[in-house]
Design a protein. Structure first.
Length: 324
């Protein structure tokens, strides 16, 4: 599978902190409409594309979130601005390139990290007279590729959005026994209400959540060894029968599938049972290094395996595990 990363590059250059995901939404909308899918916006909280509108098949929602961690302006100084984190950005350097987004446009500058005071400030390269409370700062966008490795900011979760775009033409070719809906949410890194809005609107029978996760060598989770099925985190506690069914589906097709167990963060998965939906919710994630940092790294082979595994899950094995 030879994946075109041009749309991923566009997604990386989109400025989309929690609650301000419009640029990513526009790119997804355009890609879905180009594939001939029926698209819909759910206010500013979510967007989705229906691969078979009107079908009476059970609904499989495949979803990812559009936002990445960032900062919001909360203080004004002489020539620079204090900013507060949105989500949990991870910055090791004392100073990194960053971009301020205002209603007048984007301004390049640097984000300074005062670790001792746990304080962040943005220092623009030019004067910014129109800055307002809440204007957003994000890491400067870059993307490099070395062999199968891709390094960029925002791979959590522009990578998931890229997969939603790649899936649009694929699903039609697969002709699965599911009515597949592709959905993208806002504010996963803060509050998670985008997924709640999407759950209410689509009401799927089953859900696959696409996201990134952490490389964890102690648990055997490494880049290049396949996607990761989350068995437990703050958002999901996967039944063992679901684990076995999905692992059998991947391994039966000769595809690797790693697993992980932890409880210190989560995905959009929790929104769907909280909405009263009884269907299975399975997080299928791509391992990464440097999550939430200016330099996140993933192995594109894991994306390829995940897309191949989704074809198996959707068309051949489905969620064919024993029912509780």
């Amino acid at each position: 599978m030879n994946l075109d990363i041009s749309l991923l590059e566009q997604l990386i250059h989109a400025h989309a902190t929690p609650g301000d995901e419009g640029e990513v939404a526009e790119l997804l909308f355009a890609s879905w409409q180009m594939a001939g899918l029926a698209t819909k916006r759910l206010g500013m909280h979510a967007v989705f594309a229906d691969c078979e509108p009107g079908s009476d098949k059970p609904v499989m929602l495949i979803t990812a979130h559009m936002d990445s961690t960032g900062f919001a302006v909360d203080r004004f100084y002489d020539g620079f601005f204090g900013v507060t984190p949105l989500g949990h950005p991870d910055i090791e350097d004392a100073e990194i390139p960053a971009i301020l987004k205002t209603r007048a446009g984007r301004v390049n500058g640097v984000l300074r990290n005062n670790k001792e005071a746990e304080d962040y400030t943005f220092h623009p390269h030019v004067a910014c007279p129109e800055v307002r409370h809440g204007d957003r700062v994000a890491f400067a966008p870059t993307l490099t590729r070395e062999g199968t490795l891709i390094t960029a900011p925002y791979l959590d979760n522009r990578l998931g959005c890229w997969m939603l775009a790649l899936l649009a033409p694929m699903v039609r070719e697969w002709n699965p026994p599911w009515r597949v809906v592709l959905g993208a949410t806002g504010s996963e890194e803060m509050c998670g209400h985008g997924a709640a809005v999407l759950a209410h609107a689509v009401r799927p029978d089953a859900v696959v959540v696409l996201d990134t996760t952490y490389e964890n060598k102690e648990q055997g989770v490494e880049l290049g060894k396949g996607p990761v099925l989350t068995l437990s985190d703050k958002s999901v506690l996967l039944p063992l029968a679901v684990r076995d069914g999905l692992m059998d589906a991947f391994h039966g097709a000769g595809l690797p599938l790693q697993t992980e167990v932890y409880n210190f963060s989560g995905t959009d998965a929790k929104a769907f049972p909280f909405a009263g939906l009884p269907g299975v919710v399975a997080p299928l994630l791509v391992p990464s290094k440097g999550n939430h940092s200016p330099r996140e790294t993933v192995d594109v082979r894991d994306v390829e395996v995940l897309l191949s595994g989704l074809r198996i899950v959707l068309t051949e094995r489905g969620f064919s595990y024993p029912r509780v």
